[in-house]
Design a protein around this ligand. Structure first.
Ligand code: DC
Length: 224
């Protein structure tokens, strides 16, 4: 096929650790352009939730991989909808994050989710948020970002978020959990968390979220 005739859907890949602000930035960018939004972390959280509900052990690779088939997930303004049910509050707890971080290192699970994730790149465009968006899922993305912040700052933001949602948490425990998940994400063999060479790295530790969004939008406009 003539390459010139192939219209490619623009994809913006936004990766980084939890609590870096990438979720807020990604939704703001998607809203700004009127594009679709893929929260890939939510898929691992949903899998953790489904595994727990169906009593599937975190070492049962075929059972977990089977859960990835026929996933019916939608990302709506009100949150993540699974099989028509809003599961937002169920998948945002610390337990759900922990389950997701135990399942996400499994290569068979990651491989099985690739096609589903790639199908989310539909016109007019997609903003994808995760750990391996720029490296594995959308290596040809138009624009790639790696958004980060110190573990202390990320724990502080997470603390505020969870308190606002009414969850009782302790700062020291949160910091320890974040460090543990960071290590799991960075040390795993399958798609470890690290910035790709062509990503724009933004450290949000001392930035307001408004400033982060403006710098990302500026850079995306340059890529378009
Ligand atoms: O971003 P989050 O906290 O919702 O992600 C939940 C877990 O899923 C976290 O442990 C990292 C993992 N994850 C991943 O391995 N790959 C992605 N593309 C997104 C998230």
């Amino acid at each position: 096929m003539n390459e010139q005739l192939v219209t490619r859907v623009p994809v913006v890949a936004i990766d980084g650790p939890g609590g870096s602000g990438k979720g807020t930035v990604s939704t703001a960018v998607a809203r700004h352009f009127g594009w679709h939004y893929l929260d890939s972390g939510a898929i691992y959280r949903v899998l953790g939730y489904l595994a727990h509900e169906n009593r599937i052990n975190e070492h049962d690779v075929s059972g977990l991989t089977a859960l990835t088939h026929d996933l019916d997930i939608e990302f709506q303004e009100e949150g993540v909808v699974l099989d028509g049910q809003n599961v937002e509050t169920l998948i945002r707890t610390e337990e759900a994050a922990d389950r997701a971080s135990r399942i996400s290192p499994i290569p068979e699970v990651r491989r099985s989710l690739l096609e589903w994730q790639r199908k989310q790149a539909r016109p007019p465009g997609l903003v994808s948020d995760g750990r391996d968006m720029g490296s594995v899922v959308f290596p040809d993305a138009l624009c790639k970002f790696f958004i980060t912040a110190t573990p202390e700052k990320r724990a502080e933001r997470r603390y505020k978020q969870l308190r606002e949602k009414g969850f009782g948490v302790k700062m020291e425990i949160l910091l320890r959990e974040i460090a543990k998940r960071d290590e799991r994400d960075a040390m795993r063999k399958a798609s470890p968390l690290k910035p790709v060479e062509d990503a724009t790295v933004i450290d949000t530790t001392d930035m307001s979220i408004g400033n982060v969004i403006s710098s990302v939008l500026e850079e995306v406009n340059r890529c378009l």
